[in-house]
Design a protein around this ligand. Sequence first.
Ligand code: SAM
Length: 383
Amino acid sequence: MHAMGDNVIPLADLRYAAPVPHVPAAAPAPTGLLSDTRGRPLRDLRISVTDRCNFRCSYCMPKEVFDKQYQFLPHSSLLSFEEITRLSAVFVRHGVQKLRLTGGEPLLRKNIERLVEQLAALRTPDGAPLDLTLTTNGSLLERKARALADAGLKRVTVSLDALDDAIFRRMNDVDFPVADVLRGIDAALRVGLAPIKVNMVVKRGTNDQEIVPMARFFRDRYADTVVLRFIEFMDVGATNGWRMDEVLPSAEVVARIGQVFPLEPLDPSAHGETAERWRYRDGGGEIGMISSVTQAFCRDCNRARLSTEGKLFLCLFASRGHDLRALLRQPRPDGQAWSDDQIAAAIGHIWSGRDDRYSELRGAMKVDTGSGERRVEMHYIGG
Ligand code: SAM
């Protein structure tokens, strides 16, 4: 554990190794059919638009580490909206159909709705709009929902770990009241950002007593508009003090809710879907389980992540990225700028070599979850 004031975290820019990608001299134009070494396509791009957050949830950005001395990235390191849009367009040519803005807290990024507007204008090769969404802690949602919807955002996912105000304030560790997040959810529903997914990270001994109250609340009032999803506490990053005995397996969540409100399983709605879906037998709506610890879903993983400073990560548990920003900002050896086709070739080359399946290996106890090369933090890579 890090003690207050004696952090040994090096400067943000030097934090994670990320080579400048190789740009193949002759690469076929993107076909949208790109696949990795395990036959997985590239469909979903998560973009972290800021490494800052106004919450200090202990499982993500614990206060003792992310304190006043912590050096967040300087603004010049962040990808600009134009850079994000340019890269997103290249990813879309490779088959990406879904973009998710995340962070840190994405609503802290100034004028985020302008980025949403630019991304909403992108089209897949066959002319379809993208599934454009955003994950937020909800604290600024009441204020921002209208502008986001007007800019073309389709949906939002709101993180909410408890309904009990004291537990919620303790978990966000900045004394933020639950009522404000609930008002944010209502505001998002009013402007049509629906259905809303509400994500609850479950930590045994911290908020597991909130499982049934959360299920009851969203079932009663939001059966048709909110899908509540339970996430197993994961060993992302290197600062959250993860312990297996604090993971409450999804199977136990299903059992606890099922005792009060009988449940039945549903078929997955989309390939590569992370959540296992369940429905209340009495028609009270649907819930989801994200079991990345007890049931790895690497086999279908079609997600890539773009960090705040433009590094491409192929797995949430990666420790190395690929510095795409270098291709945007640094010239080729002949002094010219890299073209979109060349950037597409570089991304194609990276994805074709992808072999990551961390959660499966963790399940088989083939990885060291506690030490070794430092894993990337979630607020930087995007949750
Ligand atoms: N600030 C935004 C939010 O709160 O949703 C977006 C970023 S946050 C990193 C994205 C999601 O990751 C949140 O739902 C958060 O609860 C989840 N998360 C962060 N650390 C986690 C961990 N160790 N295990 C499981 N989920 C985690």
